[in-house]
Design a protein around this ligand. Structure first.
Ligand code: NAD
Length: 325
């Protein structure tokens, strides 16, 4: 099988290059993202392998179909960046449903601890031998209320972590998992009662801007918010207004509504034209990271293995257990 691998970074090759050889695949690594302008690079390949800030819209899928590309191999769990309906019956879409939920949940808790206890600021201060504690006071998480939105694999890992911190945990999910030891409440109640809100639902038409002007207004004063899921779950304008109004104790964003083309790239030598992102960077209680919750050795290895297993199943007519329909 010939695979065109898009948005390649050096850390992708560490796993995909040797494993691809073991499977006998011919993988061509393109640094370019997969987008309208680059879709024709897929000509002559059996599959394209894409990441979270690549996309495949209906027109691109039609082009893939005409070029006889059989599959889109997603190196991610989320699939909001592919027009699944357009792909039906034309190009098979295969994803990695789970690689290391703990990687993302541990990172989410790490973000909360950082913005709450200002370890990012303390790190810089102590390097200058500025040992002052002024402005670095946080709050205990113990016995506070965590609100987990989405109780799938990552949400469940986050619930375990919050319980380990001695927190009271509330959850919201339209498909509650009754086997979990957690109290499900309506979304409005969660928003109003949680000291910490962590987003772990996928991006869909229903969840877009699930955090918006109205839900922010109902949150507790001093609430902590962390988003390691998808940027568009939060209405960024409303978030900025909430931050300006002093609503939030702290905000951790591993994802951002307009991250495509910015996250995963070194933009340090350029003028940042995204004004919302630039504004978010100015708040002392906001931590932004570049969509890296997944980024552990274990997760990367698992992503490579499942992605190539998916390709192997396709090539050999085996059941496509990870196809997205
Ligand atoms: P999952 O499919 O196991 O769980 C998602 C849960 O969200 C399900 O229980 C589902 O019922 C629930 N849900 C659906 N609609 C909802 C709604 N309207 N409100 C609340 N909950 C809703 O997915 P997962 O593996 O736990 O991943 C969750 C999300 O995390 C993914 O969709 C992806 O966007 C994101 N993610 C981010 C990173 C990262 O590096 N930051 C890595 C992996 C996944």
């Amino acid at each position: 099988m010939k695979i065109a691998f898009f948005s390649t970074k050096p850390y992708d090759k560490i796993w995909f290059e040797p494993m691809g050889k073991e499977y006998g695949f011919d993988i061509h690594f393109f640094e370019a993202p997969f987008q309208r302008e680059t879709v024709t690079l897929a000509r002559g390949f059996d599959a394209v392998c894409i990441f979270v800030n690549d996309y495949a819209d209906a027109g691109m899928i039609e082009q893939l179909y005409e070029m006889q590309v059989k599959a889109i191999l997603l190196r991610s769990a989320g699939f909001n960046h592919v027009d699944i309906q357009a792909a039906e019956g034309k190009v098979c879409v295969l994803r990695v449903p789970s690689y290391s939920p703990e990687a993302v949940a541990e990172f989410a808790m790490g973000m909360i601890l950082t913005v709450n206890r200002y370890t990012h600021k303390a790190y810089n201060r102590t390097r200058d031998f500025n040992m002052s504690l002024n402005g670095l006071m946080g709050v205990d998480l113990y016995q506070k209320t965590a609100g987990i939105i989405g109780t799938g694999k990552i949400g469940q890992a986050m619930i375990r972590i919050c319980k380990g911190f001695g927190m009271h945990v509330l959850a919201y999910d339209p498909y509650p998992n009754r086997s979990l030891d957690v109290e499900y409440v309506p979304l409005e109640q969660l928003m109003a009662s949680a000291d910490l809100i962590s987003l772990h639902c996928p991006l869909t038409a229903e969840t877009k801007h699930i955090v918006n002007r109205s839900t922010i207004a109902h949150m507790k004063q001093g609430v902590y918010l962390v988003n390691t899921s998808r940027g568009a779950l939060i209405d960024t304008d409303a978030l900025i207004d909430g931050l300006v109004a002093g609503k939030f104790g702290g905000v951790g964003l591993d994802v951002y509504e307009e991250e495509e083309g910015i996250f995963y790239e070194d933009k340090s030598g350029e003028i940042m034209r995204d004004e919302n992102l630039a504004r978010l960077m100015t708040f002392p209680n906001v931590l932004i990271t570049s969509h890296m919750g997944f980024f552990t050795k274990e997760a990367m290895q698992a992503i490579a293995k499942v992605t190539l297993d998916n390709a192997y199943a396709l090539e050999n007519g085996l059941p496509l257990v990870n196809s997205v329909k």
